[in-house]
Design a protein around this ligand. Structure first.
Ligand SMILES: Nc1ncnc2c1ncn2[C@@H]1O[C@H](COP(=O)(O)OP(=O)(O)OP(=O)(O)O)[C@@H](O)[C@H]1O
Length: 280
């Protein structure tokens, strides 16, 4: 079952002459972990904004096509309504946090939702425990580390109980430890909580290991789509458009160029076996 259906979507910002999205068609299955990659300016963030209705409701521009979220056409439903289905997490956690305690931050997201008190507490406890911030619930968000702030931003979206979580480069402003914390949380939310994940991420090593499917954007279009091992086989194309090649694919590609293997995407075990054969 498709939880998201994107049909012939094009979008041009009000102050821009060029289209930022061009005729995008994409379905996402319930429970899927979709990775999105593409060079800077290829439309990844703009695409994310179409998934919870910020485009067309809050951002001025020309929007064509339709996006369906859990069967709802985003044109016909408000961002508030859609945000209980699709949670959006941005690059910079500071842009999503206000100066209250960790607990109040998460409760704030629920206040306008009309959730009864007991259920509210249940959700707050669940979300803060999941992101491992329950013990820090009385802290002030500005005092948290980058990784903790991003986990808090995720918790304040999770309390809405969305079926889909869209994360737009959530690790790009974090240190290596913070990145690791956020990416393992994303994996847990997908595997254990069965939340559908759409993750824009430059860490292609992570996507190769964990995404079910990869979509490549370039120039506002979807230019490639498939299983990670299929997509990353196209090393020359991806390099040409400026995408970082995962480490094990880089090594595999060198073996392939020398005629040692037929594929660039190999497991580390296969790489070691091939190199050992050559050294014999
Ligand atoms: N608010 C805006 N107004 C006008 N043009 C915009 C706006 N935001 C983005 N654009 C343009 O839309 C195109 C797609 O940008 P977008 O931010 O969606 O790309 P991206 O792939 O997310 O890039 P990055 O990886 O750098 O975040 C770019 O040409 C960009 O300049």
């Amino acid at each position: 079952m498709n939880i998201i259906e994107v049909e012939n979507v094009s979008f041009k910002y009000g102050n821009s002459k060029a289209y930022s999205l061009r005729d995008v068609n994409l379905n996402v299955k319930k429970g899927e972990f979709l990775g999105i990659i593409g060079p800077s300016g290829s439309g990844k963030s703009t695409f994310c904004l179409t998934l919870n209705g910020l485009i067309p409701h809050s951002i001025n521009g020309e929007f064509e096509g339709n996006v369906f979220v859990d069967g709802l056409n985003t044109r016909e439903h408000s961002v508030a309504e859609l945000s209980t289905r699709v949670g959006l997490v941005f690059q910079n956690p500071d842009s999503q946090l206000f100066n209250m305690t960790v607990l109040e931050e998460v409760a704030f997201a629920l206040e306008n939702l009309g959730v009864e008190r007991e259920e509210m507490w249940r959700r707050i406890r669940w979300a803060l425990k999941l992101v491992k911030l329950w013990d820090k619930r009385e802290e002030f968000p500005p005092n948290l580390s980058g990784g903790e702030k991003q986990r808090l931003a995720i918790a304040s979206v999770l309390v809405m109980k969305p079926k889909v979580l869209v994360l737009d480069e959530p690790t790009s402003q974090l240190d290596p430890l913070g990145r690791e914390e956020v990416l393992s949380l994303v994996r847990l939310l997908n595997k254990e909580e069965k939340i559908t994940i759409i993750l824009v991420e430059h860490n292609t090593d992570f996507l190769l290991e964990h995404a079910d499917r990869i979509v490549v954007f370039d120039g506002g279009r979807v230019v490639m789509e498939g299983k990670p091992e299929e997509v990353f086989e196209n090393v020359e194309f991806l390099e040409r458009i400026g995408i970082r090649i995962p480490t094990r694919v880089k090594i595999g590609y060198e073996l392939k160029k020398r005629g040692i293997t037929r594929r660039a995407v190999l497991s580390y075990e296969e790489i070691i076996a091939e190199i050992a054969k050559q050294l014999r």
